[in-house]
Design a protein around this ligand. Sequence first.
Ligand code: DHB
Length: 369
Amino acid sequence: VAAQEVVKVGLILPMTGPFASTGRQVSAGAKTFIETHGDTVAGKKIELIIRDDAGVADQTRRIAQELVVNDGAKVLAGFGLTPLAMSVAPVATQAKVPAIVMAAGTASITKASPFITRTSGTLPQYSLPVGTWAAQNGIKNVVTLVSDYGPGIDAEKWFTKEFKAKGGEVTEAVRVPLQNPDFAPFLQRVRDAKPDAVFVFLPSGVGSLFMKQFSERGLADAGIKLIATGDVTDDDILNSMGKPSIGTITGHFYATAHDSPENKAYVEAFKKANDNMRPNFMSVGGYDGMALIYAALEKTKGDASGPAFMEAVKGLSWTSPRGPVSIDPETRDIIQNIYMREVKEVDGELQNVEFQTFEALKDPEKAEA
Ligand code: DHB
């Protein structure tokens, strides 16, 4: 019997460093897909090779090159932060190797190479509905606070555009460094200015520090509401944020508490395989990235060559733990529901509880162009 042909998938993630929680969640989500669906598709055995880039873009690119040239990886995936995803675009284009973005969220990433597709989401896609919600719920003036890089700029732009279009006013727009941000001067100023709300984007894992300082500096007590993208109330760390996070309103594509049979099965399988760790949106990006790889290979009958794979990706649709999703054939970005959620205590745990759905949203940044 001939040895079964193997398709190697190179998963490049920050497994160490300040964004290690992203790597831990994405890789666990990808593994959960393989555990629950088997390691074979269209006659090919899927082999995951997980590599740590420590969140450094030069490493991501070097590892991508090595995986393709030395290890014979047919698909690249992962990419925990926007600069890491961007650094791989030239490798994907030159080698004609598909790159599946499972985590990063800046809209422009999928424009950087025709071999890039995405199973996370874009910041414009899930910031815009927060602007709609705020304008429709009595919030008149807002101060924005974002991390000063791609996804933060996208979040600021699309929250503001939508909120203003619906009659709101943004009185100040603050950007903080991605690494070691200090929120104190900002929080002091905002408490004095007393806007109705603060809109925040910070990458996964950073929200706890912000929540602690927001509460300690008395902004909630001063009647200033916290609204954000769901990255801030990341389910990985939400329980540790404690009572000050209760009432925070966010928009995002996934909550552990999402009520569907697919999600119940996912959360159960994930927790069982990961020492009861709670799956967050990053894990679902990893899980669905594998779902996309399996569905594309089924469509090509096991042909993993870049052009055939990318053709197969366009228009794929499936039911994710987050709800129905599909791949926009024009942009290779994911079309998905965005949910408005409120942090609530449920059975002694803090949860992002969904209360409103914006259905089947495309990335608005590309619709605009
Ligand atoms: C990005 C990183 C995150 O941790 C996140 O929650 C959203 C976006 C990024 O770098 O694109």
